[in-house]
Design a protein around this ligand. Sequence first.
Ligand SMILES: [Cu+2]
Length: 277
Amino acid sequence: MRPTPLLVAILFSAACAREPGPADAAVDVPPQQVTITATDFGFQLPDTPVHAGLTTLALVNQGSEIHHASLVHLKDGKTMNDFMAALQAGGPLPAWAVAVGGPNAAPPAGEANATLMLEPGSYVVACFIPSPDGVPHIAKGMITGMEVQPATGPVGALPAGDIQLTLLDYSFAFSQPPTAGTHTFTVTNEGKEVHEVVLVQLAPGMTAEQVGAWIEGGEQGPPPGLPVGGLSGMSPGQVNNFTATLEPGTYGLLCFVPGPDGAPHFAHGMAVTFTVS
Ligand SMILES: [Cu+2]
């Protein structure tokens, strides 16, 4: 007896259900959850091992200043001391130090998040945000090492957010204007320099440029805006997601990474103000 078409269809769909393709397996892996606690001026990482693969980093700020967690992958056996020496030498990051992103700019008592694919290896977690005295937090001891162990199972894949944000030399480009509500932003650095993105909810009448000037000027007077999300420095080609909830009002995007001339990228055009409705 030959199987009926219906039976063939049932057998075929059952076979498909038993043998998901690699893409299906990848997107079904939930991200590893890692909480990073920031204080004035240090980081606390989990006691449990961090493994390679899709990972959501939650930055919890228990300090009194704004902090971020910038992850830098140290390759070629380089150490945190090598990284500090390279920073002191100035100029762009050496090729062995790859800025992979991380949660940007959590206000005091606030949080920030980033989801990314972690490769195994040695990392540093650092905060480059300056205090009102102009000294970056990394120079006050806000750097620590993090070892990422090899994956123990499927590594997953970074899911596509509902809004794409591209970082360029020197501009931001949205796939569509952000609306009020909760969004996952997929951010890709398509520039030739390291870039970050700080998403700021602006006070009425304020602009993104005024936020940049306020930070650079030692945070005098009331803040022109408060950070609500974003991603720390990302080397060319890096991709991270972050999730943020927007209310109707005005917002700004800024990049504080210095260019070859020493001026922050926001002074070169990476400061945009937009309206959310
Ligand atoms: Cu900090």
